[in-house]
Design a protein around this ligand. Structure first.
Ligand code: HEM
Length: 429
């Protein structure tokens, strides 16, 4: 079925602020529809999306973060375009990122992360998060107001991933200042470089070279010394690309989760009061935020061979869009899908971290970041309120979102707070 709709997901800026009506129009036409502007097959059904995510034999992830823009640099001309994708990979935007690799290379590259994301290192990193959250929140909690993204979410998530990797502290500030990439921009006519994150490469090349010479106990050393499953050593360039990607994947997404979680709490005093009183609901609340307002709105695959998506036959080379924001509200999977329920059973069934071989490697980290920020904000403050001066009164709020078709993130979130009298409560265990 083809969607008859004037709105173009990839260029229409009016869909950025509130994509829900678009999701509903698509869903009304079935769980899988072809949109008319780019010929993209769009999936809004949970079951149909899971089937695509889990089928890496028939679908390639070569376009995972970019979708149909820019198009593949070749005309699909055979039954299985897998070999064609590999032939052109080095001309494809983000083509050497972990997230776009297909098997068997993906398996080999992903295995390099095993020594980095270990329970022990995550625990140490979590200890760091508690201290960092205190430091950052302590810096503004006496002021009565703060801007969430610049004062908390972004610096917090940059520092956390820098700590996980072991980026030297003297470079932290420069990382924070230089890092401002927003991919898949609507209306951006600039041509994307094969690797738009090149600047990070300079730092990481130095770090990886140093750690190969002089290993330490940090995350960068674990990556620098990791071997492929067949025992061979990855090139320095391979390790650098992986760390660049981790650094990128690991921060703005989490920052978007933190700002979304705080916006809902500031908008809904009832919810805030409940969570302040029942802290053990925070993890499930975060799953619900991820479900109803996913930081990554959609993901992409390309059909390698003639294959079915739901009941639709698609040809090799067809772009498939997994519209996560809509999938997470599939009423066949979630009862009252539009309700944000902190005690919803099965909230983790959302697809905001994707599924299958590319499922998010940093999900435990993102969950810990969100939980710790909320816990410590609750400890340092009596309440959090939306700034009416900045966002308008309740019922007529103004929020600006990043103009991208891929990501969902507030540009600014101004909150007012009442600091707690006396020292903040001790950190939760
Ligand atoms: C709320 C925060 C986050 C969200 C919503 C998120 C979302 C995603 C999604 C949707 C994918 C899969 C893309 C696909 O299947 O095409 C992914 C992959 C990935 N994420 Fe995350 N992510 C988050 C945080 C993080 C963090 C903190 C890290 C790192 C420390 C991280 C590292 C990765 C990596 C390495 C992959 C690639 C996995 C692969 O291709 O094998 N992410 N993420």
């Amino acid at each position: 079925m083809t969607l008859h709709d004037a709105a173009d997901w990839f260029t229409d800026a009016s869909l950025v602020e509130d994509p829900l009506p678009y999701y509903a129009r698509l869903r009304a036409q079935g769980p899988v529809v072809r949109e008319p502007h780019h010929g993209v097959v769009v999936v809004t059904g949970h079951e149909e999306a899971l089937a695509v995510y889990r089928d890496s034999d028939h679908f390639s992830a070569i376009n995972a973060p970019s979708g149909p823009i820019p198009p593949l640099p070749f005309t699909p001309d055979r039954h299985d375009i897998g070999p064609q994708i590999e032939e052109y990979r080095d001309q494809i935007v983000y083509g050497d990122w972990l997230v776009t690799r297909d098997r068997p290379e993906h398996t080999a590259y992903r295995s390099l992360l095993t020594g980095l994301i270990t329970p022990k290192r995550l625990k140490r990193n979590e200890d760091f998060m508690w201290r960092l959250a205190d430091r950052q929140i302590g810096a503004f909690s006496g002021c009565g107001s703060f801007e969430v993204i610049s004062a908390l979410a972004r610096p917090f998530t940059v520092m956390v991933i820098a700590d996980l990797l072991g980026v030297p502290e003297e470079d932290h500030r420069e990382f924070c200042e230089n890092y401002a990439l927003v991919p898949a921009q609507i209306g951006d006519t600039q041509e994307l470089a094969h690797d738009p994150l090149e600047f990070l490469g300079r730092y990481f090349t130095r770090y990886v070279e140093e750690r190969r010479q002089d290993p330490r106990t940090d995350g960068l050393s674990a990556l620098a010394l990791a071997r492929f499953p067949d025992g061979t050593t990855p090139s320095i360039a391979d390790v650098v690309r992986l760390t660049q990607f981790l650094f990128t994947a690991g921060q703005d997404t989490s920052a978007r989760l933190i700002s979304a979680a705080l916006r809902f709490l500031a908008e809904r005093p009832d919810l805030q009061e409940r969570l302040r009183g029942e802290r053990d609901l925070i993890p499930n609340y975060l799953e619900e935020v991820l479900r109803v307002d996913p930081p990554v709105k959609c993901g992409f695959r390309v059909a390698r061979v003639p294959v079915k998506v739901g009941d639709l036959d698609v040809a090799p080379g067809t772009t498939v869009m997994l519209l996560i924001g809509a999938i997470n509200r599939d009423p066949r999977r979630f009862e009252d899908p539009d309700e944000l329920l902190p005690d919803r059973a099965g909230a983790r069934e959302h697809l905001s971290f994707s599924r299958g071989i590319h499922s998010c490697a940093g999900a435990p980290l993102a969950r810990a970041e969100g939980r710790i920020c909320l816990e410590r904000l609750f400890d340092h403050t009596e309440d959090l309120r939306v700034s009416e001066a900045r966002h308008g009164p309740a019922g007529a709020r103004r929020y600006a979102y990043e103009p991208t078709y891929l990501l969902r993130g507030l540009q600014e979130l101004h909150l007012e707070i009442t600091p707690r009298a006396g020292p903040p409560a001790p950190r939760a265990a």
